[in-house]
Design a protein. Structure first.
Length: 422
């Protein structure tokens, strides 16, 4: 949107009709945003992503892709537009034959420039009113999407929707009402499939996020001792992340010792670590929108024989799967490797069959799927958090979780953090 029409109430649509333009005090046109924009990747990387998406769209006979994001899962907007979706509605629309468009009603005090709209590389940016902020709103996120699709000549075509798991029913209903002739189809696998195989530039960003996550764990473990609180350890880990260049935490950190370690993911408390405590840590950093996920288990002081056997089995599961993970490997076969080790060690009850891992990238959970019903086959460029686990109530957790890259020849752990701390 050119800066010279940013404060007009309408924009030309053709044939004498006009469309509403979001009103803001601070100019937010493309020329106004450009001096502030700093992209984490070259423009060619974003062009590659759009081209890959369009290739899949053509294969599936789609005239446009509509990708929804929010703070529940900001991944699509991060990947396509370099924009951090917040507590509102954000769409990226990718037509086949014209430039993509970003619309969002995530606008703090109503100002796009105060909500990092300047981070996106997209020229076509159309903010929208959020419900409750105007008595008679002239714009809505769904309305901006519908207008864009009409302009692209796709309003009566087959349109893919990505982000269906988090798209509010109200918003989808508005889309259908505004575009009654369109055929909407789920396109989650289309976009997630493109995102799953990381480019060399993405791999390096993931390596950076994983390395920072590893440093978080090492800083935390170096501080754990009798009399030190869980909160103090978490603070030290977070300091290591941000001092090292993290933009955010990938999720709420787990720093827990004692019996609560058998509940696994617990927020840090004022409890002081004691000698003999089982300890579970789960923390991750975000770099330029890319998430890493790392966990480590240990004991404060010298482990008992049962604690050592428990932790050794957890490590054996992880290392055995890591050794067999390579291009062409079926994830379900790797799950059986971990399960077999747990069962032979007598930990059938403690093995968590739904806790094997998950893909990571611009979202904390993405493809490849590592869930029990998955049909995924590993490919070079896949990155996932591998976390086979044993958990026993009132005892502890044995889990080595690592951000892992599938290379042409095998699997590479990315954090640089040792696996064994007992």
């Amino acid at each position: 949107m050119p800066s010279d029409n940013r404060l007009t109430s309408t924009r030309a649509r053709g044939k004498g009709t006009t469309l509403p333009v979001y009103q803001a005090k601070v100019p937010y046109g493309s020329e106004d945003r450009r001096p502030w924009m700093t992209l984490p990747f070259p423009q060619a990387e974003y062009d590659r992503r759009i081209a890959a998406v369009r290739g899949r769209m053509r294969a599936e006979d789609l005239a446009a892709l509509v990708a929804f994001s929010s703070n529940a899962d900001p991944g699509h907007a991060r990947y396509l537009a370099n924009f951090e979706a917040g507590a509102g509605e954000t769409f990226v629309v990718v037509p086949l034959d014209r430039g993509p468009m970003l619309t969002t009603n995530w606008l703090m005090h109503g100002e796009p420039m105060h909500t990092s709209i300047w981070t996106t590389w997209l020229e076509d940016v159309r903010p929208a009113e959020r419900p409750g902020f105007a008595r008679a709103p002239e714009t809505s996120a769904a309305g901006q999407v519908a207008d864009m699709l009409r302009e692209a000549g796709a309003d009566a075509e087959r349109i893919g929707i990505a982000g269906t798991a988090i798209l509010p029913h109200r918003v989808f209903g508005e889309l259908r009402e505004r575009l009654p002739r369109a055929e909407f189809v789920a396109a989650d696998d289309l976009l997630l499939g493109v995102r799953a195989r990381k480019s060399p530039l993405e791999i390096e960003m993931m390596r950076r996020a994983a390395t920072l996550s590893g440093r978080m764990h090492q800083a935390a473990i170096a501080m754990i001792a009798p009399g030190v609180s869980e909160r103090a350890v978490a603070a030290r880990a977070h300091e290591a992340a941000y001092a090292g260049g993290a933009d955010a935490l990938a999720f709420s950190s787990a720093v827990v010792g004692g019996e609560r370690a058998g509940l696994k993911h617990c927020a840090p408390s004022d409890r002081l670590f004691q000698a003999g405590d089982m300890v579970f840590l789960d923390m991750g950093a975000v770099c330029s929108g890319y998430c890493a996920d790392v966990s480590r288990s240990l004991v404060v002081g010298r482990p008992s024989a049962e604690q050592r056997r428990f932790l050794d089995t957890g490590l054996a599961m992880f290392e055995s799967v890591l050794a067999q993970a390579r291009p062409g490997a079926a994830v379900r076969g790797l799950i059986e490797v971990a399960r077999g080790i747990a069962e032979r060690a007598g930990f059938d009850d403690e093995y968590m069959p739904k806790g094997f891992g998950h893909g990571v990238g611009c979202s904390l959970f993405e493809q490849p799927s590592l869930r029990p019903a998955t049909e995924a086959i590993l490919e070079p460029g896949h990155i996932f958090a591998l976390e086979p686990m044993l958990i026993r109530m009132r005892f502890g957790t044995a889990c080595v979780e690592e951000t892992v890259l599938i290379t042409p020849g095998g699997a590479e752990p990315l954090s640089g953090c040792p696996f064994r701390f007992w």
